[in-house]
Design a protein around this ligand. Structure first.
Ligand SMILES: [Ca+2]
Ligand SMILES: [Ca+2]
Ligand SMILES: [Ca+2]
Length: 269
């Protein structure tokens, strides 16, 4: 080996030394066990734990600031400090109490027909009465008639936000029931003073004929005494009340002439 060859070997040796000292072990992503991070050093490397962790038997374990902390009800320990759990807030007494999220009037205002329902530690946005949540998550009118909520002889009508129960045709409301309407065929009215009328949703009614008025004291209707209103204005006339009507007749001693005017009978003699 001549001097030049020797020099060449030294160059190669120095390069190997350099490369060995400058290998970046951290290029291997699995060099350290997460969450440890790798630091390349001259000829070596280290694995270090990040902040909040400590090395225990080669592993990084979270430093538990809460290990010796005992929190009260509805509290949780975060970084060694007791804070109210989500949904709770510190009250004047110093304890964590349920937060009434519903005190915010807009908390359920993102969608129509909702109301806020507060509960311990949380709240819900429920559909208001008469509405139900559809597949799209919206509160829409509930068709209550689907569940047949009405009684016997009643028809259900769905309305926006509610529903109604009305008597079927041919029935009328009597208290909480629907009863069949009466008909004139089975109703007896006073033939002298009344006539029968079938009123929709009411049934057969006995109504007073003209010249009669309803009366609680007699069965049927009572004759109107038209003479009380002095309807006879012709000279020498007098009013005579009749059942259902009245007549204007000549006073005693008078007679109707051909023109239907009451004249003293003495004039005809
Ligand atoms: Ca609450
Ligand atoms: Ca409805
Ligand atoms: Ca009369």
């Amino acid at each position: 080996m001549n001097i030049n060859e020797w020099a060449g070997l030294r160059v190669i040796f120095n390069k190997c030394q350099y490369l060995r000292n400058h290998i970046d072990e951290c290029e291997n992503p699995q060099q350290c066990n997460p969450p440890a991070f790798c630091s390349n050093l001259d000829g070596t490397f280290t694995c270090s734990c990040p902040g909040g962790f400590m090395e225990v038997a080669g592993d990084c374990v979270e430093i538990d600031d809460c290990q010796d902390v005992t929190c009260r009800q509805f509290e949780e320990c975060l970084a060694g400090v007791c804070s109210c759990e989500a949904g709770y807030q510190r009250s004047i007494s110093g304890l964590c109490r349920d937060q009434d999220e519903c005190s915010d009037p807009f908390i359920c205002a993102g969608s129509q027909n909702q109301m806020c329902v507060n509960n311990d530690g949380s709240f819900t946005c429920d559909c208001i009465t008469g509405y139900t949540r559809n597949g799209a998550g919206l509160c829409v009118d509930m068709n209550e008639c689907d569940t047949n909520p009405c009684g016997i002889n009643e028809d259900c009508s769905n309305t926006i936000g509610s529903f109604t129960c009305d008597c079927m045709a041919g029935f009328r409301r009597q208290g909480s029931n629907c009863v069949a309407l009466t008909t004139c065929a089975t109703t007896t009215c006073d033939v002298m003073s009344q006539m029968c009328v079938e009123v929709p949703t009411v049934g057969a009614q006995c109504v007073c004929l003209d010249g009669f008025m309803s009366s609680l004291s007699i069965n049927g209707c009572q004759d109107v005494d038209e003479c009380l209103t002095r309807p006879c204005i012709g000279a020498n006339t007098v009013c005579q009340n009749t059942a259902g009507s009245f007549e204007c007749v000549c006073q005693d001693g008078f007679q109707a002439n051909p023109s239907n005017v009451c004249q003293g009978t003495v004039c005809f003699q």
